[in-house]
Design a protein around this ligand. Structure first.
Ligand code: ADP
Length: 238
């Protein structure tokens, strides 16, 4: 579904944000992208949602086995917008429209995708129920907690049935209880068959998770795999 091959990204001023990064993500996987602040996590996500292009190497996306995007191809912004709708993107700061209701925030994602008006209401409530916010549909974002606002953002990301959810530090602004709730929702989404790629350095949150981790250090992938379970045997002290 995702193929990153020897990708290097250099920002203005010569800053190497990503160096020779290669990895693949298969359909239905749950992958954590970890590393300290500045390690290159957001850069990987921006390359995937086509907000950046690599300086060398290739980024490719496959939807249902077919090549949907290759970073070497030139693409119209309309085409890019269409492809982006099949990536459910979730940000640390939610990016909700504050002058719209919860319902409208989600409905807008469907309207811009030309979903028929008759289907929109049904789908909005479907995804709001997924994040347990159906009853809050008529509220505005400022009437919700941070965790609830992030749940609206996840509902919006799910509206167009994405092939993969890309989440960039989705719990970065939340307390531990709300963070666990958000993680739980991503786990539900994954269990229902959608791939999830979540960038995070919220180590207490992900500590015991048996998911694959791609670990970045200063723009380089230094580990990629499922962590070994901790040895549960008690320590006997003499
Ligand atoms: P992370 O998401 O792991 O915190 P980023 O991918 O945001 O890391 O950033 C990687 C490095 O690239 C950082 O050193 C950051 O300062 C730099 N960087 C990110 N975006 C830009 C940009 N638009 N211009 C210049 N440097 C950038």
């Amino acid at each position: 579904m995702i193929n990153f091959s020897h990708v290097t990204k250099v920002y203005a001023g010569g800053w190497v944000a990503l160096e020779d990064a290669s990895f693949e993500v298969q359909r239905g996987e749950f992958v954590l992208l970890t590393g300290a602040s500045g390690a290159g996590k957001s850069t990987i996500l921006r390359l995937l949602y086509m907000d950046e292009t690599p300086d060398s190497g290739d980024v490719a996306l496959y939807f249902q086995g077919d090549l949907a995007y290759h970073s070497a191809e030139r693409m119209s912004s309309a085409r890019r917008q269409t492809l982006r709708r099949r990536l459910g993107i979730v940000f640390q700061d939610f990016k909700l429209l504050h002058d719209r209701t919860v319902y409208e925030n989600v409905a807008l994602a469907l309207r811009v995708a030309d979903v028929p008006e008759a289907r929109i209401k049904h789908r909005v409530y479907e995804v709001l129920n997924l994040v347990k916010l159906g009853p809050q549909a008529r509220r505005h974002p400022h009437e919700l907690s941070g965790g609830e606002q992030q749940r609206v953002a996840i509902a919006r990301a799910m509206a167009n049935e994405p092939y993969i959810v890309l989440a960039d530090e989705p719990t970065g602004n939340l307390d531990p209880a709300s963070s666990h709730e958000i993680l739980r929702i991503f786990q539900d989404i994954h269990a229902a068959g959608t791939a999830v790629l979540m960038a995070t350095h919220d180590y207490p949150l992900i500590d015991a998770l048996p998911y694959r981790r791609i670990v970045l250090e200063q723009g380089r992938i230094v580990a990629d795999g499922v962590p070994e379970p901790l040895n549960e045997e008690p320590l006997f002290l003499a």
